[in-house]
Design a protein around this ligand. Structure first.
Ligand code: GDD
Length: 332
């Protein structure tokens, strides 16, 4: 029997690289959509994929071009498509609004429309996010909670979510959305707070920095481990019927909790190094986002396993290793 073909957009991101590994281990033929510039400087732009490059196929295409997406789908003819690519940093900068909205919405639409016309039986996964809940009226949030996005990024994801639902209902496509809460790992981008903290700890330990500047330490998030979250994506596409699922740990921690544990792993007292900086504060962050993943547990048999402290330690250790410093014996 021929191998199943999976197409991943955003394959060079944190989630894309973990998913590519999981699908290769399950004997899929894996195709990744990347920007053409990525292929020109793979050692920088495709860093997370370097160990996999000889086992996956990379297809250059821009999410901003319907023709490019259509041609890529026509060539690959995937059995499963995981749409992870997006402008994903939750920015409140006015300048970013237009491109975030157009790229995220059009990219999803181009992909769905191409699949419908070329390979309508292809199973589709859309990377939704807890940011769609925004200032939700209830906590924890589940699949029934009303979306009230408060960022342009959140709005773009709600639009993508509705496109997916619409293609599922109108054209009978097997299209599902995961509503994923924050998920982290040593592969997380440096612009996100968790990686900023763990790499900051490593730099301080390596004596390359003397402080770490952060925004709101009281902000709370439901943080899980990325590698487990991509497994939930795969499980969604193996279901007989498509549906939407919240993926979360159901546990809230503050940025301060994360900071304290990360510095503790390095044997450092965080209060000596962390400086709060108004430049990193976001306005309008009132409601804590905490997910209820009961449906994923019951239907997909999915549950989070890695403990918060364990994940932070792994991230700090990886960043220290990259800086050439070892954690002090007492903190190990
Ligand atoms: N980035 C950043 N930098 N965030 C800070 C800082 C800082 O210096 N200080 C405090 N924070 C707070 C933010 O205000 C926010 O409340 C929290 O830390 C987490 O911020 P991020 O790590 O940037 O993630 P996010 O929650 O905005 O968004 C991430 O998770 C979403 C849900 O899965 C992204 O991955 C989104 O793409 C994703 O949809």
């Amino acid at each position: 029997m021929s191998k199943k073909r999976a197409l991943i957009t955003g394959v060079n991101g944190q989630d894309g690289s973990y998913l590519a590994e999981e699908l290769l281990a399950k004997d899929y033929e894996v195709f990744g959509l990347v920007r053409r510039v990525g292929l020109e400087a793979p050692e920088h732009r495709l860093e997370r994929l370097l160990p996999l490059l000889d086992r996956i196929h990379l297809q250059p295409a821009s999410l901003e071009s319907y023709a490019g997406i259509f041609n890529a789908v026509a060539k690959i003819r995937p059995d499963e498509c995981y749409h992870l690519a997006a402008a994903s940093f939750v920015s409140y900068e006015f300048d970013d609004e237009f491109s975030t909205l157009t790229t995220n919405i059009n990219g999803t639409h181009y992909l769905l429309a191409s699949l419908k016309d070329l390979v309508p039986q292809c199973r589709f996964y859309f990377a939704g996010t807890s940011e769609m809940f925004g200032s939700a009226a209830e906590m924890p949030q589940n699949e029934q909670t009303r979306f009230r996005p408060r960022s342009i990024y959140g709005i773009s994801k709600v639009a993508g979510f509705e496109l997916v639902r619409n293609y599922r209902e109108r054209y009978g496509m097997h299209a599902s959305s995961g509503i994923l809460f924050n998920h982290e790992s040593p592969r997380r981008g440096h612009e996100f707070v968790t990686r900023k903290i763990t790499s900051g700890v490593a730099r301080i330990l390596a004596e390359q920095a003397t402080e770490l500047r952060l925004g709101n330490l009281d902000a709370e998030r439901d943080w899980g481990f990325a590698k487990e979250y991509v497994d939930a994506m795969w499980r969604m596409l193996q279901q007989p019927v498509p549906d939407d699922y919240v993926i979360a740990t159901g546990k809230l921690n503050s940025v301060r909790d994360f900071v304290r544990i990360a510095f503790q792993c390095a044997g450092l007292d965080w209060e000596k190094y962390v400086v709060t900086d108004p430049n990193f504060f976001r306005s309008g962050e009132s409601v804590a986002l905490c997910g209820d993943a009961a449906k994923a547990r019951n239907v997909l048999g999915w549950e989070p396993k890695k403990q918060f402290e364990e994940m932070i330690r792994e991230m700090v250790e990886t960043d220290c290793l990259a800086m050439g410093v070892t954690l002090p014996a007492a903190a190990r």
